[in-house]
Design a binder for this molecule. Sequence first.
Ligand SMILES: *Cc1c(COP(=O)(O)O)cnc(C)c1O
Length: 240
Amino acid sequence: MSAPDSFATRLAVLQTRLAAACLRAGRDPAEVALLPVSKTFGADRIREAAALGLRRFGESKMQEVRDKAAVLADCPVEWVVIGHLQTNKAKDAARLASEVQSLDRLDLAQALDRRLQQEGRTLDVLVQVKTSDEPGKYGLDPAALPAFVRTVARDYPSLRVRGLMTLAVNSDDTEAVRACFRALRGMRDRLRDEAIEGVDMRRLSMGMSGDFELAIQEGSTEVRIGSALFGARDYGAPDG
Ligand SMILES: *Cc1c(COP(=O)(O)O)cnc(C)c1O
């Protein structure tokens, strides 16, 4: 048996909650992927998670990806970038990331595309959209989204647009949170109807530890879960 506070237990509890949220929303749990967010947690914790079958891990900072990728070179893990990506980190992302969910501007698209061509590979990307007025949140302005997606599809062929990502407003007001998710889904549906060549506008990365049940109700295809899985984060002193 696993200890009550072990990673295996937390994963099992989370999977039960995910399945229950899907059932309540009338959705098939197979439609909603779990992206474990391992930022600030050390390589040992990722190794433990990988041993339980998790493969993709969400990280916010390229420097952390570099450090962890070096230590975990023997471990079958993939790195998903979910945090603000500086243009001067495009080279690392093109080399190390299996996917970037925080594409939010054309200069980044251009830098990634150039580095990907050098690496001879393509990269799945989600476009991060700002769905609340909360200051300090990154993401593309919704009004700019359709033209942005068309431009990326046309000019940056190494990037394969697969959907949208957002962070909802951080609020106790359930309806305000829901409105963010609903807005993103509406944008995804409209873009999907446009059927832009080279774009598979299917995925909706939305929902975190505190709001994933709502996100699933609103059509999320992927929830990004950190603290509910790995425990509370300590930004001051990342554990080994
Ligand atoms: C940290 C982070 C998460 C996970 O947050 P939790 O509340 O710990 O689940 C999800 N998405 C993004 C973009 C993050 O930076």
